[in-house]
Design a protein around this ligand. Structure first.
Ligand code: ADP
Length: 262
């Protein structure tokens, strides 16, 4: 039936037979498609009013001479508007990646270019924290993939390391190619994460410490974006972490995706 979607499982049945189980998941996939559409539309619709609010906030004549309460209110409204804008941008990025049909073998991504931009942004973000951030990247690394997606996966992981490491930390970022594939890793000596949280971290809006994460201004969608990007590139996120010692976030892109060897 062309209008139905099935999920199949094959299991051994006795010594000589296999059992094929087909589950009708038509309804579930329809609901999932509706959810994706809904989130994408709502996010898109919220963008315009927020831009208008933000535009007025920027031109309101509230400076150091204004009433202290007005100054406080302006500061808070501006901060919350920006938080909402970040959240909506991340929801849109996530929707776009979920719906992405861009083929990964059609474009070559120059990794050093992408990572040097992320390095500049990380250094800008690092002003307050004064971490030692070091990128270890060989020249001439090229992979097949979707540039915007890989950029957003890598930058989310690097910025998280900056956010969740106490001031004066050590952050190392690696990208190298070997016989297994293209390997990316971010190591930090920050807060670390308790093991019972690890397998839920890539869920939408999942945070270990809600109040704290909110203060960093994150949307709670970063690792979910990373997960979707990697699944689109046939890879997955590996997380190793020890509470109080630091974390390592890494992924390997299959060697088929390394472009310079072809
Ligand atoms: P957020 O916007 O909250 O940063 P993410 O999806 O990027 O959302 O991350 C989810 C949660 O994972 C964070 O709230 C934080 O608790 C934890 N986390 C992510 N990266 C790190 C890290 N490098 N060190 C410690 N905790 C981290």
């Amino acid at each position: 039936n062309p209008h139905k979607t099935f999920e199949y499982r094959v299991m051994p049945y006795g010594d000589e037979h296999l059992l094929l189980i087909a589950r009708d998941i038509t309804r579930v996939s329809q609901l999932e498609a509706m959810r994706k559409d809904f989130v994408a539309n709502v996010s898109h619709e919220l963008r315009t009013p927020l831009t208008v609010i933000n535009g007025y906030l920027e031109i309101l004549p509230v400076d150091e001479t204004a009433d202290p309460f007005m100054q406080k209110a302006m500061k808070e409204m501006t901060a919350q508007t920006h938080r909402m804008q970040n959240l909506i941008e991340d929801l849109l990025v996530l929707s776009r990646i979920e719906a992405s049909s861009e083929r990964i073998y059609e474009n070559v991504v120059n990794i050093p270019t992408v990572l040097s931009q992320i390095e500049r942004e990380a250094q800008a973000l690092n002003k307050e924290k004064q971490h030692h951030i070091e990128f270890h990247i060989d020249a001439d690394l090229k992979v097949f993939g979707v540039e915007t997606e890989l950029r957003s996966a890598c930058s989310n992981l690097v910025f998280n390391a900056v956010h969740y490491t106490p001031p004066g930390g050590e952050i190392h970022v690696y990208w190298r190619h070997d016989e297994e594939g293209a390997k990316f890793a971010v190591h930090d000596n920050g807060d670390g994460i308790e093991s019972n949280h690890l397998n839920r971290l890539t869920e939408r809006f999942y945070r270990v410490d809600k109040a704290r994460s909110r203060k960093t201004g994150g949307s709670g969608l970063g690792l979910s974006i990373v997960k979707h990007v990697l699944s689109h590139h046939n890879s997955r996120l590996d997380i190793a972490s020890t509470l109080g010692e630091g974390s390592q976030f890494s992924f390997v892109l299959d060697k088929e995706l390394i472009a310079e060897q072809i």
